[in-house]
Design a protein around this ligand. Structure first.
Ligand code: NAP
Length: 216
């Protein structure tokens, strides 16, 4: 699969690296060409270029930029993104005195803002729940099970494409409904990040209903 990446930072590096390792053709795009070249070289990408080059490169385009910049950026690239799948991994979190909150207020999602900014692209919310370091694991296995990657999408073909991408990384796609639910993935990320920052383990808060307790 051909994948363009908007951004040259941590998520661009680790997710892009996982995609290169899975055999995909990745082009890293940045507003700083030297940074794009460095990230591309670091992960063995097929190429690098400007943001517009990445937007028009592939079937899928990852927006790996700060949440509050994402919609404006996507709007400026809307023509290039026509008909492409735009993967939104952003988390609109802001630190507070007692954890983190959402810059959106939790009433809408960055994914929804991206749809409004580029109505002819197909937005899929994905890859926002895990810390970047998880994408360096090959494959990401936990308790012997592949990592599940929650996905929200309105377009079935786009959901299928990102599901294939997830599977190619050794992970399991977890469809979570349409984009109206992306707000829940963003809120869940805020909850998890707040818990991690306070030293807690959010995964222990989600046992399977009815699961037998482990013997002591
Ligand atoms: N890091 C994580 O563990 C993690 C996990 C899940 C989700 N996310 C989400 O993934 C997104 C990227 O996070 P990150 O950790 O990769 O951030 P990062 O390392 O700070 O990289 C951000 C990238 O965005 C670029 N950028 C910033 N503002 C821009 C703008 N207005 N237009 C174009 N490019 C711009 C930066 O370019 P310059 O270098 O030119 O400033 C940089 O290449 C964020 O929305 C974050 O919430 C991160």
């Amino acid at each position: 699969m051909r994948i363009g990446i908007l951004g040259t930072g941590r998520m661009a590096t680790t997710l892009g690296g996982a995609w290169v390792a899975a055999g995909h053709d990745v082009l890293v795009g940045g507003r700083d060409l030297a940074a794009a070249a460095a990230t591309a070289a670091r992960i063995g990408a097929a190429g690098h270029g400007a943001l517009r080059d990445a937007a028009s490169y592939g079937e899928a385009v990852l927006a790996a930029v700060p949440a509050d910049a994402a919609a404006e950026l996507v709007k400026s690239l809307a023509k290039d993104l026509t008909g492409r799948v735009v993967i939104d991994c952003t988390n609109p979190i802001v630190p507070t005195d007692d954890g983190v909150t959402l810059s959106t207020g939790g009433t809408t999602s960055i994914a929804r803002r991206m749809v409004e900014a580029a109505p002819d692209a197909y937005v899929v919310k994905a890859f926002n729940l895990c810390h970047e370091s998880i994408w360096t694991l090959s494959p990401p296995l936990f308790e012997g099970e592949p990592l599940a990657v929650p996905l929200c999408a309105d377009d079935p073909a786009s959901l299928e494409l990102v599901s294939r991408l997830v599977t190619s990384m050794g992970c399991t796609p977890m469809p979570c409904g349409g984009l109206s639910r992306a707000v829940h993935l963003e809120s869940t990320a805020a909850f998890a990040i707040g818990a991690w920052w306070s030293g807690a383990e959010p995964r222990f808060a989600f046992p399977t209903p009815g699961q037998s307790p482990q013997p002591a």
